[in-house]
Unconditional design. Sequence first.
Length: 149
Amino acid sequence: MRAVIQRVKRSWVEVEGRVVGSIGRGLNVLLGIGKDDDEKDAEVLAKKIVNLRIFENEKGKFYYSLLDIGGHILVISQFTLYANVRKGRRPSFEEAKAPSEAERLYEFFIERLKDEGIKVEKGIFGAMMNVYIENWGPVTIVMDSKELL
């Protein structure tokens, strides 16, 4: 699994002009699921994200995690994180997991975040979405579960 994690002051997602998920202070997570990903990838990535110390203390140093500050997460499915652009000009998405299985792992990942005590909002899997992100910093971290196993 690949995740683009952005520290946000607030973030929300709209589908067909309707807000379907919204958070205040916390993390926006764009989540891509690869064809070789499974539950272990979701578990390790969820645990790492909620414990990642990217919120500042009074001295301006990264010190606090999402758990420490009581922040929330907005998770957006993002199969394009598995785009392969090595050949030609049109991306290939052969490395992304098939949608039916990817949706199951997307929901599994969200449940693992909730198991950690985090309030989670989400987009609609497979929908055309408008995602609004008010970066805080900005702070953006890219993670791949295969590097954490």
